[in-house]
Design a protein around this ligand. Structure first.
Ligand SMILES: C[S@@+](CC[C@H](N)C(=O)[O-])C[C@H]1O[C@@H](n2cnc3c(N)ncnc32)[C@H](O)[C@@H]1O
Length: 290
């Protein structure tokens, strides 16, 4: 099942492992919040009895690698991602190095519909649940009663400085401004602000942990801001790609120029990157799930 973004859009954004890593490095280098969100997500969690772990939208294993030494010896971690490419090998190598057993399945997270009830101790969706929020009931179903579901997600206001310039950039390039951007719809489809309401019917305990953050690029590091934008361009400019692919580079150039003017006027670019974590326990079993 494809949602707001097609698997082809997703592939364009996440296929290039080097890009994905670059994006994470930039976030770490320019973030105001110095805590690693994965450490915040795992703080106080005892997963030493966890033998079966499922990472949905695992990518190359960014979150998984933080589980080192935290699981039961011999635990198995299954990663599912629509994008194969270099994700598969990197994910498998990461888990093997951690001393656990690994499987990577290329495909949509929807495949969990075919997985057995109560078969995982830990399910993770790190920056991915907004692609498949309709699977929350299925996630509760495959989680054991004693298990935990950890979600890392964005605030609906994340990247608002970038998204606010997109309609103007489209207009300047002679295109009609969209009423809403697909990337904003994506962030709203499972966000820090509203995600709790989506989880509540399926878990008896939902803990919400906000993680405030901003990326600040000084004017003399504007190049890093552009690199970051580059890793997000297919999500940010989805409307342009869909309807006027020939204008993609023009709109991107206007967006970069607009950002640069902003950076010159303010001496920096600040991008809101507020995220959040949900830790869900006691899945409600026995509900009919679609
Ligand atoms: C922002 S990345 C996050 C990757 C990794 N979990 C992390 O924290 O770095 C989102 C990932 O979700 C994957 N994805 C998107 N839609 C998916 C779907 N329907 N099923 C499985 N994976 C999906 C993408 O391919 C991408 O690797």
């Amino acid at each position: 099942m494809e949602g707001l973004f097609s698997h082809e859009d997703i592939r364009k954004t996440y296929e290039e492992l080097a890009w994905h890593r670059r994006s994470k490095d930039i976030i770490q280098e320019y973030a105001l919040n110095l805590k690693d969100i994965r450490d915040v997500a795992l703080e106080g969690i005892d997963a030493t009895k966890a033998a079966a772990v499922l990472d949905l939208g695992c990518g190359y294993g960014f979150f998984t690698e933080k589980l080192t030494g935290r699981l039961r010896p011999g635990a198995k971690i299954i990663g599912i991602d629509v994008v194969n490419h270099s994700n598969r090998q990197t994910f498998l190598d990461t888990v093997t190095l951690m001393g656990y057993s690994a499987a990577f399945i290329q495909g949509s997270a929807d495949m969990i519909r075919d997985m057995a009830d109560a078969s995982f101790d830990l399910v993770i969706a790190s920056y991915s649940l907004y692609f498949f929020p309709h699977l929350i009931p299925q996630i509760a179903r495959v989680l054991r009663s004693s298990g935990i579901f950890i979600v890392v997600t964005h605030s609906r206001y994340s990247l608002q400085e970038l998204t606010s310039f997109v309609p103007f950039s489209m207009k300047t390039a002679g295109l009609q401004m969209p009423e809403d951007l697909r990337i904003n719809m994506l962030f709203r489809s499972f966000s820090l602000e509203d995600g709790g309401l989506q989880l509540d019917p399926y878990f008896r305990d939902v803990e919400r942990i906000p993680y405030e953050n901003s990326l600040v690029f000084p004017l003399d590091r504007f190049d890093a801001c552009i690199d970051y934008l580059d890793t997000k361009k297919h999500l940010l400019l989805k409307e342009v790609n869909d309807v006027h692919p020939g204008k993609f580079d023009v709109v991107l150039a206007v967006l970069v120029k607009t950002l640069f003017d902003h950076a010159r006027a303010h001496g920096k670019v600040l991008i809101t990157k507020d995220d959040g974590i949900f830790r869900c326990r006691f899945p409600v079993h026995g509900r009919r799930v679609a």
